[in-house]
Design a protein around this ligand. Structure first.
Ligand SMILES: C[S@@+](CC[C@H](N)C(=O)[O-])C[C@H]1O[C@@H](n2cnc3c(N)ncnc32)[C@H](O)[C@@H]1O
Length: 195
């Protein structure tokens, strides 16, 4: 079943011109939760090859913009609303640069660590990335802004959700249908940042 799903979204992405089948995960999140709006400035962390940026561009209208950053090169989107950067989101200098390009109305992160085969290690590394995402959001997300961040399911996820729940009006986990074929990922959706 999961391989059929995998293949389905892979083919669909190719047919519809998206750079990766992960596009459908963000589309499903957006359809359900309406995180992105016209005129928004969006920060996309772990954005290569750029399919989430393609999706975001569909929702932000002519006055919105998106900044995508990844360890890998993101091929240009040939759209004046889209900027791409290469860098490690965990690096302090890169974080300062990201903050200086803000503020943002939405931060999305599809970042994932390279998997090692050890579930415990992979979960810990995924959580460490998500901590960086929320640390950055503290610095550059507007009041009432939202965060969508991929995390590998594990025993520390609920504790992390609890730790950020005082900073956002609503925090929940959401696993889009297009993610079901993926082993153990889910998305933390934090909405309406306080302050
Ligand atoms: C699943 S892919 C993202 C796919 C993307 N959302 C899309 O739809 O095209 C995860 C990305 O996270 C990036 N990544 C992982 N750790 C990172 C880090 N510390 N800084 C920047 N990017 C990172 C990886 O290089 C990889 O390209």
């Amino acid at each position: 079943m999961s391989y059929i799903m995998h293949d389905h979204y892979f083919k669909k992405a190719k047919d519809e011109g998206y750079r990766a089948r992960s596009a459908y995960k963000l589309k499903m999140i957006q359809e359900k939760l309406h995180l992105v709006h016209a005129k928004d400035r969006i920060l996309d962390l772990g954005a290569a090859p750029g399919s989430w940026m393609q999706v975001v561009l569909e929702y932000i209208g002519p006055q919105g913009s998106v900044v995508g950053i990844d360890l890998e090169t993101i091929e240009p989107l040939h759209d004046p609303r889209a900027e791409v950067m290469i860098g490690d989101v965990c690096d302090a200098t890169i974080q300062d640069m990201i903050v200086s390009c803000g503020p943002y109305q939405v931060v999305v992160s599809d970042m994932a660590p390279k998997t090692t085969g050890s579930k415990i290690t992979d979960q810990a590394r995924s959580l460490a990335l998500v901590e960086q995402v929320f640390h950055l959001a503290d610095r550059c997300l507007n009041k009432n802004g939202s965060v969508c961040a991929k995390i590998f399911e594990g025993q520390d996820v609920q504790a992390f959700v609890k730790s950020i729940s005082h900073s956002y009006a609503k925090v929940a986990l959401f696993k889009p249908k297009a993610s079901r074929g993926e082993s153990f990922e889910t998305y933390i959706i934090a909405q309406k940042k306080k302050l």
